[in-house]
Design a protein around this ligand. Structure first.
Ligand SMILES: CC(C)[C@H](C(=O)O)[C@@H](O)C(=O)O
Ligand code: SF4
Length: 771
């Protein structure tokens, strides 16, 4: 419930403080997590950790699992099971490992035979699992999507996934508050995707580092929930931990009748909406960063380079290094032009496209498909388009689109109509670009190699991608057809049957009292007793330091997608910086880690900002560690990567003093050792002379120096967590698993998910979950 403190608060402050289980003096907080989404890529090592420590999942009723990244999107007409259907060995193993884990841990799972399966960020909202005012996490950076509901939703690494599974809490710190206000009205043909691409162009991919963005203003208020989700989805591309939009009538309307939302019209619904209505920033609330934009200045926007900040209006030209003042950006521009095969000054509309991908957690909802269908209806894709794909975000989106005849519109014009999954957004499955192919894509990342080695991605809205398919080049939707912006009223719902009545018989007190007492067996077998020593200690580190002169190094570059299919944490050193270290599987002699002493580097010094941006993959620190690098020094880091390093006993050191950073880089280039002294918080040269001091959070330092593992520490807070849970049940009873997530009140016996009357395999009465 809204806190009684009088200081004006932002929406983020309110949701954050409502979830604090414990706060330390240095600002380290233990926060309760209401909703945990799990997928196959970032969970195997977490479940393995639980198994090794004989821990259980604390709240199966607050955990929802699906497969999305690895699965083929080809027809499932003959689908029997994942083991037979998925041909690629590593992908199959990752999916079958997930299936074994959901069985072993008693979790609710939407597998490939369940029409509710889909991209994790599409199914949460669709099912009403995502609710206003909740904390939502997933081992996936685009968890920010769920912030569209006024939830505090953010991506976490695999160690944190394990922490949440075991404790239903996370150790974190407060973020900065950032406000992005877009007022006025959007011109015709401009969608929320254009707005968010435009914003990222303005603030840059590091613009939101350390912050949670609140999107507000009349343009945002006028957007449908789906359009809001596309915006919050890409907050991570703006460097922010999360994006949030205050819930309103549009939010409540969207939630009515969703299987896991409080039942519309019930006392619980009324109580919930009363609470949700208070979830808005106080008028006097202060923000650390503010950006104000006018909707009328935004035009259909498209990316030209290899970072989501490389955007221009479709009416613009490809920029050149001279268009940038910053040295890092000049360098990145030069490299991006080369990679993208573009020449500065070329009109964007002259750029010829090979493939079109309409899908991803940014733009694969029903409104996105409707917008694209409106453009292509009755027309054919251009003859130079080698492949155009529509990949619905979930089985339910697919079903809805088919009921509206959209599939027919697409296939008539030459598109492929696929099954739900991440698909060519990152190409962990068979949907990939060939080298040098150029793709008009509705996804969110245009990093090098993202959609396939040497593939070239241009980000845009669904209407723009559809237009590119018709024209065969990047094209302006306004010159070919003008779909109206997706406003709130244009947002009819999809049918998310089956709706399941959750019994509402117990009174609130009974539910609280029925919680097992501290000394009773609990879902978490090791409650209160976990080991708190698990990592090697980090005090000082002295060694060869490799210099890297790059900005915005993304985690796709640190470890490309093909290596994420492992179910282990180890052995990834050979994959580190794979695309940079190897050309056609041969070592690239120009890359620093292939040169002499740097093959044994223990420290990496990066001279450009925002190291580790993009995906939440903890495989990035694992690969660095496996290579031998335990410490990274950079002017700034992306938030999730920064967190993930600590969880692995590694140290990220922020050196924002340019002269000091250059001095460290000089030592590194000269092949002299550098020493990082965590105890005294100093970086020194080989002789032990101090180069610079650095800051580090007290709690994190304590854990590193003593080799403490978070889960063990958190489990010592068991009674505080239980008190929080009891209060949560009283204040917000709708957050305890309802519908098919409901569990026996002692948490011992699992209640199976509600049957799906009709699956992708045809009509099957009362079919249980796949497993
Ligand atoms: C696999 C996962 C860790 C990753 C992410 O966090 O974003 C993926 O979804 C992506 O888009 O790169
Ligand atoms: S960004 Fe792409 S790969 Fe990542 S969750 Fe979304 S659709 Fe899947």
């Amino acid at each position: 419930m809204p806190s009684a403190e009088s200081k004006p608060k932002t929406l983020y402050d309110k949701v954050f403080s409502d979830h604090i289980v414990n706060e330390q003096e240095d600002g380290t907080c233990l926060i309760y997590i209401d909703r945990h989404l799990v997928h196959e890529v970032t969970s195997p090592q977490a479940f393995e950790g639980l198994t090794n420590a004989s821990r259980k999942v604390r709240r199966p009723d607050c955990t929802l699992v699906t497969v999305d990244h690895n699965i083929p999107t080809s027809s499932r007409k003959s689908f029997k099971n994942a083991a037979e259907f998925i041909k690629e060995n590593d992908s199959r193993l990752q999916c079958t490992t997930l299936e074994q884990n959901v069985k072993d841990f008693g979790l609710t799972y939407f597998g490939m035979g369940d029409k509710r399966q889909g991209i994790v960020h599409i199914i949460g909202p669709e099912q009403g699992f995502t609710l206003p005012g909740t904390t939502v996490v997933c081992g996936d950076s685009h968890t920010s999507t769920h912030g569209a509901f006024g939830a505090l939703a953010f991506g976490i690494g695999t160690s944190e996934v394990e922490h949440v599974l075991a404790t239903q809490t996370l150790i974190t710190r407060r973020s900065k508050n950032m406000r992005v206000q877009v007022d006025g009205e959007l011109p015709a043909g401009v969608t929320s995707k254009d707005v968010v691409l435009h914003i990222i162009g303005v603030i840059g991919t590091a613009g939101g580092n350390g912050a949670v963005i609140e999107f507000c203003g009349s343009v945002i208020r006028g957007l449908s929930m789906e359009a809001r989700m596309s915006m919050c989805n890409m907050s991570i591309e703006g460097g922010a931990r999360a994006g949030m939009i205050a819930p309103d009538e549009i939010t409540f309307e969207y939630l009515k009748g969703r299987p896991l939302a409080p039942k519309y019209g019930s006392a619980e619904w009324n109580k919930a909406t009363a609470y949700w209505s208070g979830l808005k920033s106080d008028p006097e609330a202060k923000y650390d960063i503010e950006v104000f934009l006018d909707g009328k200045d935004i035009v259909p926007t498209i990316s030209w380079g290899t970072s989501p900040q490389d955007v221009v209006p479709i009416t613009g030209v490809v920029p050149g290094p001279d268009d940038f003042e910053d040295e890092n950006r000049k360098l990145s521009c030069k490299r991006a032009l080369e990679y993208m095969g573009l020449t500065a000054g070329t009109p964007m509309k002259d750029v010829v496209v090979d493939k079109v991908f309409i899908g991803s957690c940014t733009n694969a909802r029903i409104e996105d498909l409707r917008a694209a269908a409106k453009v292509v209806k009755g027309r054919k894709i251009a003859s130079n388009i080698k492949r155009a794909m529509i990949v619905p975000g979930s089985g339910l989106v697919k079903e809805q689109a088919e009921s509206e005849g959209l599939d027919k519109i697409f296939t008539d014009s030459g598109f492929e109509w696929r099954e739900a999954g991440c698909s060519m957004c990152l190409g962990m499955n068979p949907d990939i670009l060939s080298p040098k192919e150029r793709c008009a894509s509705t996804s969110n990342r245009n990093f090098e190699g993202r959609q396939g080695a040497q593939g070239r991605t241009h980000l845009m809205s669904p209407a723009m991608a559809a237009t590119a398919a018709l024209v065969g080049k990047l094209a302006d939707v306004r010159e070919h057809s003008v779909p109206s912006p997706v406003l709130a009223k244009a947002s009819p719902k999809i049918d998310v049957q089956p709706e399941v009545d959750s019994p509402e018989t117990e009174d609130e007190l009974d539910r609280v009292l029925d919680q097992p007492a501290d000394n009773e067996p609990h879902t978490n077998s090791s409650a209160g007793g976990g080991s708190s020593t698990g990592l090697p200690k980090f005090t000082t580190l002295k060694g060869i330091t490799a210099p890297l002169d790059r900005a915005n190094v993304d985690t796709d570059a640190i470890i490309p997608k093909q290596f994420l299919k492992t179910i282990k944490r180890t052995g990834l050193g050979s994959a580190l910086f794979y695309e940079l270290r190897y050309t056609d599987d041969k070592e690239n002699p120009d890359f620093i880690l292939n040169q002499g002493i740097y093959r044994n580097a223990k420290i990496l010094v990066v001279t450009g900002p925002n190291f580790g941006c993009g995906s939440s993959r903890e495989h990035a620190p694992w690969a660095l560690l496996d290579f031998g690098i335990k410490c990274i020094i950079a002017p700034s880091f992306a938030d999730i990567f920064f967190n993930n390093t600590f969880k692995n006993g590694m140290l990220p050191v922020v050196v924002s003093d340019e002269a000091a950073l250059q001095k460290i880089a000089e030592e590194a280039r000269a092949g002299r050792e550098v020493e990082v002294d965590l105890v005294n918080q100093e970086v020194k040269d080989a002789q032990g002379n101090k180069i610079v001091s650095f800051d580090v959070d007290g709690f994190r330092k304590h854990c590193l120096v003593n080799g403490l593992d978070d889960i063990g520490l958190t489990l010592q807070m068991e009674s505080k967590i239980r008190t929080f849970e009891a209060k949560r049940t009283l204040d917000t009873p709708w957050l305890d698993g309802s519908g098919y997530l409901r569990r026996d009140r002692r948490g011992a016996t699992m209640v199976e998910a509600a049957p799906v009357p009709k699956t992708n395999r045809g009509d099957v009465k009362n079919e249980p979950l796949e497993w």
